[in-house]
Design a protein around this ligand. Structure first.
Ligand code: AMP
Ligand code: MG
Length: 408
């Protein structure tokens, strides 16, 4: 779809809006090397291969005795105890098939031994040990490379690094990792009525909260956040701030001022200083959404209503950031649940109702809307644990019907 026909279309399906944004959004190519302690939530820029096998040698999975076993050995077989192999202190001498060593968990299995019997299944008789049970070759042994083979790719380009990934790197002796530069995202809140939390309110004022939500959401996305604070509904101030932000940020995010009210200057300013597509995206909450660019920076104009700003960020800006940062698809936890109440929904826009999902005694999932669903009602998100996903053409949903939900 051309940009023009996208803009003309009365209500743009969410999928089309995302497709268009991804087509025009460049990917970050700059990379940097960071230590594994600074790499949480960063995105791997080059496949990482292991230069080691993990574990590096065959070792014992149990505290017990190690010996050689051709195939299997019956109960009552005995061996001469000839030393010990401890984790960190391997056995150094020569061994033969009639001998055994005491071995601890994680200790190297000395050649030519290939089998371990846990100590509970051993009788000690003088300088001999006797098997209390039969055993087969390879019992209680962790094989070299059974977790990771040398040369294997352990983390691929596009992987967002989680704590377990960082531990994995450390276990391979890797202390630094090449990651993509963080996307720089500017946040600008517009509105004459807005004041910062922590100050007192005059009549007609409200506390600014969208940039706080966006700060948290952007932190989850691993962005570098540039705050431009609250800007009054003044076209010149908005213009100056947007231009300033566009010089430092990959993405400029504004909230408020994109509707059709008298003080909604963002659209007008954007069409003077950049390219703008003003879309009515077919989602609820969050219909008005502006997308374009100011110079090299991508611009997203989120609606001012707090729930709309939150949901449009999650559903429109997150895919953009994921694309820009080369993050491989991050799976959302979608499950099916039955509605414990009727859901009110008019066909026409995909609805992201904020819900509370719960399981009954039999483990079946149920969901109910989390109170009032107005686009200004922040408690609907704050205390919810899921979105109830209702397709664009869906109407009211009867109690008991199964719906798709996305767990937070
Ligand atoms: P607007 O899109 O500017 O017309 O704003 C829509 C509604 O959202 C109005 O009630 C605004 O007061 C409110 N609003 C706009 N921006 C913010 C913000 N940053 N924090 C909290 N509420 C806001
Ligand atoms: Mg406003």
């Amino acid at each position: 779809m051309s940009t023009e026909s996208l803009t003309r279309s009365p209500l743009l399906p969410l999928k089309s809006a995302i497709e268009h944004m991804l087509q025009v959004c460049p990917k970050i190519t700059q990379t940097e090397e960071v230590t594994i302690f600074d790499a949480l939530n960063r995105v791997v820029a080059k496949n990482i291969t292991s230069t080691l096998s993990v574990p590096p040698s065959d070792n014992s999975a149990m505290d017990g005795y190690a010996f050689y076993c051709e195939d299997s050995l019956p109960q009552g077989t005995d061996f001469l105890l000839s030393g010990q192999s401890l984790a960190g202190n391997p056995f150094a001498g020569k061994l033969t098939h009639d001998k055994c060593v005491r071995i601890t968990t994680g200790a190297i299995l000395p050649a030519p031994f290939n089998t371990v019997m846990m100590q509970e299944n051993i009788d000690i008789q003088g300088d001999k040990i006797v098997l209390k049970q039969s055993v087969t070759a390879g019992n209680s042994v962790r094989r070299a490379g059974e977790d990771i083979r040398c040369g294997e790719t352990v983390l691929s380009l596009g992987k967002r690094l989680m704590p377990a990934d960082l531990a994995l790197l450390a276990s391979l002796g890797i202390d630094k990792v090449c990651v993509f530069r963080k996307p720089k995202v500017a946040i600008i809140a517009t509105g004459d009525e807005l004041v910062e939390a922590g100050t007192s309110l005059e009549p007609g004022q409200i506390y600014e909260s969208n940039s706080v939500a966006l700060h948290g959401l952007l932190s989850y996305q691993g962005a570098d956040i540039l705050h431009y604070g609250i800007v009054k509904d003044d076209p010149k101030l908005i213009e100056d701030t947007l231009i300033d932000a566009s010089k430092s940020a990959d993405i400029v995010l504004s909230c408020g001022g994109v509707s059709v009210g008298d003080a909604d200057y963002v659209k007008q300013v954007l069409s003077d200083i950049g390219q703008i597509n003003f879309w009515k995206v077919a989602i609820k909450p969050g219909k008005p959404f502006a997308f374009g660019n100011i110079g090299q920076a991508i611009f997203c104009g989120l609606p001012g209503n707090p729930v709309s700003s939150y949901v449009t960020f999650e559903k429109l800006v997150v895919p953009l950031l994921t694309h820009m940062s080369s993050v491989k698809q991050e799976t959302k936890h979608h499950i099916t649940a039955s509605c414990s109440e009727t859901l009110i929904k008019r066909p026409g826009r995909a609805d992201f109702q904020r819900g509370i999902a719960f399981q009954d005694e039999d483990g079946a999932w149920w969901v109910k809307p989390n109170g009032k669903q107005g686009s200004g009602i922040m408690t609907s998100i704050a205390n919810a644990n899921c979105y109830i996903l209702l397709e664009q053409q869906q109407g009211n949903v009867a109690k008991g019907t199964k719906v798709k939900i996305e767990l937070f």
